[in-house]
Design a binder for this molecule. Structure first.
Ligand code: G6P
Length: 360
């Protein structure tokens, strides 16, 4: 273990720190000599033929799928649904005429996702697996594979695979848009390069993340993560990270849902972590923060450069608005990591969890 971890105390910290390098690797692997986006022709044709995409995944990979849906719909204009694999089997929606299934799985071995793959293959549908592991079951059994190029992920809590999944999905969606002659006004590779720099800046601010973890999460039994739009998806992932490794009961939800129940749980000192990276909902999420603060919550606002206000706890470097999950999540990963460390938790091997779940 010691050799592989190098100078890092934990695999999780090492893997968080590797994310800028993984972004660079993805940029290299998915562009041609002229710097144009490049994916396997058969994959872009399968996407072009599809009238609807069904993303199937579990856990963190499911959360990456939620972000991927935004890219496929907003950039490529392909209707997309995201489903938790374990539910899909019994609650299969009415399928479109020409569906394409995208399986997202770091390990490529998750049993619940595989069960869906077996099922849809029997029905004759096409599938693409986005995975970190070449030759994994889901990769071998699907028609097509896109690799994450993230290198082995050892810590149970997934970090670099999540950002790699989102980056690969952004590339897939941009290629699909190009194939359909849709001008998205996004030059993706330079935008991903900016993401790389922004990730490094946050990683360099690890001490600040440790302070935030200490200030907001050291004493608490629970914590809430709120956000709207893209920030909602990242709030789900942020709360999952925190609960997985620190055992703090954490819940992520949409800012607008606060008033429909969760606000009843806010007490004096309850930590609420809010993301404010989306211009069109900046005022509404800040309204939510005021609502919880009025009931005693201790709010930590993480915003994007350009949308920041004086009261914000941390300001993320500016990146393309739809790519903010790649950046905001790094702050949440680090905050969760330090919260778990402060509680003497086994960061890399949290209780009751397995890195890859090969049973139903
Ligand atoms: C396990 C891991 C999670 C992971 C999920 C899906 O529960 O602990 O970190 O997100 O499986 O794994 P996959 O390999 O399919 O992405």
């Amino acid at each position: 273990d010691d050799i592989e971890k190098g100078t890092y105390a934990h695999f999780m910290l090492k893997e968080i720190n590797e994310q800028p390098a993984v972004m660079r690797k993805i940029i290299q692997n998915y562009q041609d000599d002229e710097g144009q986006l490049k994916i396997d022709r058969n994959i872009s044709e399968a996407v072009k033929e599809a009238d609807r995409v069904y993303i199937i995944a579990c856990g963190t990979s499911y959360h990456a799928g939620l972000v991927g849906k935004e890219y496929l719909e907003k950039w490529a204009q392909i209707p997309t649904e995201v489903h938790v694999a374990s539910e899909f089997s019994y609650n299969m929606p009415l399928l479109s005429e020409k569906p394409l299934f995208i399986f997202i799985s770091q390990s490529g071995e998750t049993a619940d996702s595989r069960a869906v793959l077996v099922n849809i293959k029997e029905k004759g549908y096409k599938s693409l697996t986005i995975t970190n592991v070449q030759g994994s079951t889901l990769s071998r059994e699907a028609n097509f594979t896109m690799l994450l190029h993230a290198g082995p992920e050892i810590a149970v809590a997934s970090t670099k695979a999540y950002t790699a999944q989102i980056a690969v999905l952004s590339i897939l969606a941009q290629v699909a848009a190009r194939d359909n002659n849709i001008d998205t006004n996004v030059d993706l590779m330079p935008e991903l390069a900016k993401v790389t720099t922004a990730m490094s800046a946050i990683i360099d601010d690890a001490d600040r993340m440790e302070e935030i973890a200490r200030e907001y999460l050291s004493e608490t039994r629970n914590a809430f993560f709120i956000g709207r739009s893209m920030d909602y998806h990242v709030s789900l992932e942020g709360s999952l990270k925190l609960k997985e490794i620190s055992y703090i009961q954490a819940e992520g939800f949409a800012g607008g849902e606060l008033k429909h129940g969760t606000i009843a749980l806010i007490e004096e000192g309850t930590p609420v972590l809010a993301l404010a990276t989306q211009e069109n909902v900046n005022l509404s999420i800040r309204g939510n923060v005021q609502e919880v603060e009025a009931r005693g919550a201790k709010a930590c606002i993480i915003s994007s450069e350009g949308l920041e206000k004086e009261e914000d706890t941390y300001v993320l470097p500016h990146v393309h608005e739809l790519l903010t999950p790649l950046v905001s999540v790094v702050a949440y990963q680090l905050i969760s990591y330090y919260a778990a460390l402060h509680r003497d938790c086994d960061v890399d091997k949290p209780r009751n969890l397995a890195k890859s779940v090969t049973v139903e």
